[in-house]
Design a binder for this molecule. Structure first.
Ligand code: COI
Length: 329
């Protein structure tokens, strides 16, 4: 069997070669993105591996079919950028990695909130200027806060466990409640209730067209003054313009954004010394109560290893007998 993988980074290399040795299959690794200009390279391969950072439109699946590709394996969880209907129409099986490390993302969200609560960016900037005074940047403790978790899948549940460890009160909302958490009485009945009762909202849900700009000016207005938003999920969930207004007015005390609605040309690219043609993003970067990170919540050794090995095993299994536990329905 022959596989081709796009967007391959140096840190993934050792897991690809380990897998090749163990299974005797070949994987051609390319650093470039898979798009309509590079899709021709997939000709003659049984399976294609890629990452969420690109978009995979319907024309691409028609090309895969023409080229004899059987399986398209995403090395991450989200498939919001994959035209699943087109994949089905063209007989291409899509697999993902539903749980490479929920803790990686949950831990990072909590890390970012802690930094906001203790004003670390402000103090770092002050120390750089040799201003070592404390006031007025007094911090807040997690045990005095209510954390509102949106989405109680694997990542949301890992986050809940960590927040509880710090003594925070946790409430949650999910269209499909988890039975165990339901029994614990953690759920509120609506987004409005969650956003109005919480001091912190942390997003752990996929992006669907129904949830586009879930965090908008209307719901932000319902939040307590001085609250926080943490987004390590998907940029499309947050109306960035509305978020900036809420941060500037003091409605929000801070935000941590590991995803951004127009991130694909920015995150994981070296733009040093280059002009960024996105005024909204530049406005975000200029705010000292916002932590912007380039979609790195997932980025741990455990996660990277699982992303590579699980996606390769899925692709191989689909090619062998058409099955895999990670097929996206
Ligand atoms: C995912 O797994 O869906 C992610 O967001 C991480 C990824 C883009 C590398």
């Amino acid at each position: 069997m022959k596989f081709i993988a796009f967007n391959v980074r140096e840190d993934e290399e050792k897991y690809f070669s380990q897998w090749e040795k163990e299974t005797g299959n070949e994987v051609l690794r390319l650093p470039e993105m898979l798009d309509m200009t590079s899709v021709e390279k997939t000709k003659g391969f049984d399976g294609v591996l890629a990452l969420q950072t690109g978009t995979y439109p319907s024309e691409m699946f028609a090309e895969f079919k023409k080229f004899g590709v059987k399986v398209f394996s995403i090395r991450n969880v989200g498939v919001d950028n994959v035209d699943l209907d087109a994949a089905k129409e063209n007989g291409i099986v899509v697999t993902n990695v539903p749980a490479y490390s929920p803790n990686a993302i949950a831990e990072f969200s909590v890390t970012q909130l802690m930094q906001l609560l203790r004003n670390t960016t402000i103090f770092r900037n002050k120390v750089a200027k040799q201003d070592f005074r404390w006031a007025p940047y007094v911090g807040r403790e997690l045990r005095s806060l209510t954390v509102g978790v949106v989405g109680t899948g694997r990542i949301g549940r890992a986050a809940i466990n960590i927040y509880r460890g710090f003594g925070a009160k946790v409430i949650a909302y999910d269209l499909y409640p988890n039975p165990e958490l339901k029994e614990q009485g953690i759920y509120v009945d609506s987004y409005d209730e969650l956003f109005s009762q919480a001091d912190v909202i942390t997003l752990h849900m996929p992006a669907t067209p129904n949830d586009h700009h879930l965090v908008n000016s209307e719901i932000l207005n319902k939040m307590k003054d001085g609250s926080y938003i943490i987004n390590t999920a998907r940029g499309a969930l947050v109306d960035t313009k509305a978020l900036i207004s809420a941060l500037k007015s003091g409605k929000l005390a801070g935000a941590a954004l590991d995803t951004y609605e127009n991130e694909s040309d920015i995150f994981n690219h070296d733009l040093s010394g280059k002009k960024i043609d996105d005024p909204i993003f530049k406005e975000l970067l200029a705010l000292d109560n916002v932590l912007v990170t380039p979609h790195i919540a997932f980025y741990t050794e455990t996660a990277v290893e699982n992303m590579v090995l699980i996606s390769l095993n899925s692709a191989k299994s689909v090619c062998e007998d058409g099955t895999a536990s990670t097929i996206v329905k």
